[in-house]
Design a binder for this molecule. Structure first.
Ligand code: ZN
Length: 729
């Protein structure tokens, strides 16, 4: 079992040929990526790797030993060279003197925390990447390569009641055990000492935390990490309880379709309940493993114990909210009542935990709402300030379930003691990290649905709100066009981190969906998908519209007339009417922007269906503003003559308009050239004499959505370059 041969619980991914082409730092990056690629080896953002390399000191030209170690933040799976800090080994080890001179030292002392700032003084090669609190765990181990992972099998051993005995039973003498201690300088010294006293150790199980192991060769270190994890997993597998896992099954859930329908109904209410302080974005995670846990006899007892690995509970909080609801015998109303009571009890509990564990200098209490909610039959619902955060939270609790399953198979699962959990959650160093984060953008924590996002103003609006931190659902009649806009946004802003979320809920910051707003069932289906993806929605911008080009006499066919009204008027109404249910269930402020037109105010002939439909849309804005108050603001955006990239101006219409206004053109000019001509002609009719662009429209759509227009509702804002005949009276 030394190399790639028959691992069952990890994947051996090392490729000698690939590694051989890399420089020593890149080999470390390579090793890290291979380790991070498997969640059974480590969680998103969890664990770190290091290499002690001999390099030339730029100051002296001499060879020096440099510790390259994964820095603060960052994630092994996606790490690049820039995620690694580099420190002079002699200077790092020299910090020991400073530490020893402190009168009060040890875990959680001020001198220990102050060492983190000292690492910057040991930086080699002007590397701007900050060293993490785990740096001494690597620095004080006298081997060239060190891997510190959070594997399920090792955490399970480390979170068992008799973890020290189990370490011996699983690994014989080759792996030692150190009791839980918050990572830092002192833990590094403890490990150094454990190894000095037991020079045959190849690694250590870190109580309640994970695994650390080492070797002088990088490939050997990688292989050792895998071998130890595999060894632990094989040991655990012998004791697997099968059907009796978690005490056996207590509930059985609805089938997949019924569960989905229930989630669509529940999620907006749930989002509203947990978003009382600040809005959260949700991730639904429903796997067989999760269902086996939430439906089990032991779930309430185990949920109460919370997660173990410190990495996990920074996001999952001290414990999840488990709701003891029987999906087979109890009603939806009973579920809501139990959720409300459960949330109230959770908040009270969290406040009591804070009060009991706080220190005189602790940061103020954070949001007391749970970030993980477990419901029999429904699964796991996680909440975070962004999609990415809630996905990581779901991932961490799903991993915690695996840890509990394994620990309960071989022993009894133990959570981290409350005070220790608190001292991590409210660690001043963590607080400093939070404070260093940039201020949240205007539409952070918001889910914006843009209908018509496949092209023109809708696409520009989707891009604009994404720029303000919104999660954007790009909806369009053409799912391909919607998807293309969403793909561009995900490419620009990144998928984020975290490997969780089932079905649509595994999405990133943007999503492309199909909708036909003339069809109520289609609108309903769209919002159901939005709710499953993000847990709810906040703002809607409708830019979908149609201009049926009249014939030479200025008329359109009856079915075109009907379609014009179906899209331009009824569509906006159906969207508002279906979203109303979600907005009400959430009880959170929202906004709706309908795109109308200056044609709604100017009677000019030649486009009577379009113009009258837009006049109706203007009044729809006012009616909806009254109907949806006080929760939702409704405003209209009235563009004029945006010719650039607009689906409303196909070549035929451009040519028709140029002919109508007597602007000289030739049939062989490109569509873009013809559009520019028309745009310029329109510009000359306006007060500002400048063509009106998609960006101009998107800006106002965004502003009407934002808090900057928090006191404006029932208004139609023209973005037309200034057309006196369109001034609203
Ligand atoms: Zn760790």
């Amino acid at each position: 079992m030394d190399h790639s041969d028959d691992y069952q619980h990890v994947n051996y991914l090392w490729d000698d040929a690939a590694a051989a082409q890399l420089d020593p730092v890149e080999r470390l990056r390579y090793r890290s990526n291979q380790l991070g690629a498997d969640q059974r080896i480590t969680n998103t953002g969890g664990g770190n790797t290091s290499a002690k390399l001999t390099q030339t000191d730029p100051l002296t030209g001499e060879a020096v030993e440099v510790l390259w170690v994964k820095g603060s933040g960052g994630d092994l799976r996606t790490a690049t060279r820039a995620n690694f800090a580099s420190l002079y080994m002699d200077k790092l080890l020299g910090l020991r003197g400073l530490y020893d001179r402190a009168v009060v030292k040890g875990a959680k002392t001020p001198i220990e925390d102050s060492m983190v700032d000292m690492y910057r003084h040991t930086t080699f090669g002007l590397n701007p990447t900050a060293a993490s609190i785990d740096t001494p765990l690597h620095g004080f181990i006298p081997f060239k390569h060190v891997d510190h992972m959070h594997p399920i099998s090792a955490i399970a051993i480390a979170a068992s009641a008799d973890q020290e005995r189990l370490t011996q039973a699983v690994f014989g003498g080759e792996v030692g055990w150190v009791a839980w201690q918050r990572p830092g300088f002192d833990l590094g010294l403890i490990m150094q000492q454990a190894l000095a006293q037991n020079p045959h150790y190849k690694g250590l199980i870190m109580g309640q935390h994970g695994l650390i192991n080492w070797a002088d060769d990088d490939q050997e270190c990688y292989a050792l990490t895998l071998r130890l994890i595999e060894k632990g997993a094989r040991y655990i597998a012998q004791f697997d309880k099968g059907d009796q896992t978690f005490g056996g099954k207590k509930y059985s859930g609805p089938d997949a379709a019924a569960r989905e329908a229930l989630l669509v109904r529940l999620l907006p209410t749930l989002r509203g309940l947990v978003s009382q302080h600040r809005r959260f974005v949700g991730t639904v995670h429903v796997t067989e493993e999760v269902l086996n846990f939430v439906n089990s006899v032991d779930a309430p007892r185990l949920a109460e114990l919370g997660t173990s690995c410190p990495d996990h509970f920074l996001r999952t909080k001290i414990k999840p909210l488990y709701v003891a609801w029987n999906p087979q015998t109890e009603s939806y109303e009973a579920l809501l009542a139990k959720l409300e009571a459960g949330l109230a009890a959770y908040r009270a509990d969290y406040t009591a935990y804070y009060e009991a564990c706080k220190h005189p200098n602790s940061p103020a209490m954070r949001d007391p709402n749970p970030t993980v909610i477990l419901i029999p039959g429904l699964g796991l619902i996680a909440w975070g300030k962004t999609k990415s955060e809630s996905r990581v939270t779901a991932e961490f609790y799903a991993l915690a379930i695996e840890v509990m399953r394994a620990a309960e198979a071989i022993s009894q699962y133990q959570g981290l003691p409350r005070q220790e959990a608190f001292d991590i959650e409210y660690w001043l160093l963590e607080e400093a990290k939070l404070k260093r984060q940039p201020a949240e953008k205007e539409l952070a924590r918001n889910v914006v649905v843009v209908i018509g996002a496949g092209s023109g103003i809708g696409k520009a609006a989707a891009q604009r709100v994404a720029q303000e931190g919104a999660h954007v659902v790009c909806a369009d009649l053409s799912v391909e066009a919607a998807q293309a806009t969403a793909d561009e946004l995900v490419k620009l802003y990144g998928q984020g981190i975290g490997v969780a979320g089932t079905g649509l809920s595994g999405c990133g910051p943007a999503l492309g969906l199909a909708v036909d707003i003339t069809n109520r069932a289609s609108v309903q289906a769209l919002f159901g998908q939005v709710v499953l993806a993000y847990g709810g929605l906040d703002n809607i911008i409708v830019t979908a519209g149609i201009f049926a080009s009249p014939d030479k006499t200025g008329h359109i066919r009856d079915e075109q007339w009907a379609l014009t009204y179906a899209i331009n008027v009824t569509g906006g109404y159906l969207v508002a009417d279906e979203a109303r249910t979600i907005w009400k269930a959430q009880g959170l402020k929202g906004s709706l922007v309908l795109t109308t037109s200056v044609n709604g105010a100017v009677a000019k002939g030649g486009s009577v269906a379009y113009d009258t439909s837009k006049a109706a849309a203007n009044h729809l804005v006012r009616e909806l503003a009254i109907e949806l108050a006080p929760l939702v603001r409704v405003n209209g955006l009235a563009p004029a003559t945006v010719v650039e990239g607009s689906s409303m101006f196909p070549r035929d219409r451009v040519i028709g308009s140029l002919a109508k206004y007597g602007v000289a053109f030739s049939e062989d000019e490109t569509t873009e050239a013809l559009r520019a001509k028309l745009a310029n002609f329109y510009a000359q009719r306006t007060l500002t004499k400048t063509p009106v662009t998609l960006a101009d429209q998107a800006e106002v759509a965004y502003l009407l959505t934002s808090r900057q227009f928090a006191k404006t509702t029932g208004q139609v804002i023209s973005v037309d370059g200034g057309l006196p005949e369109a001034f609203l009276r």
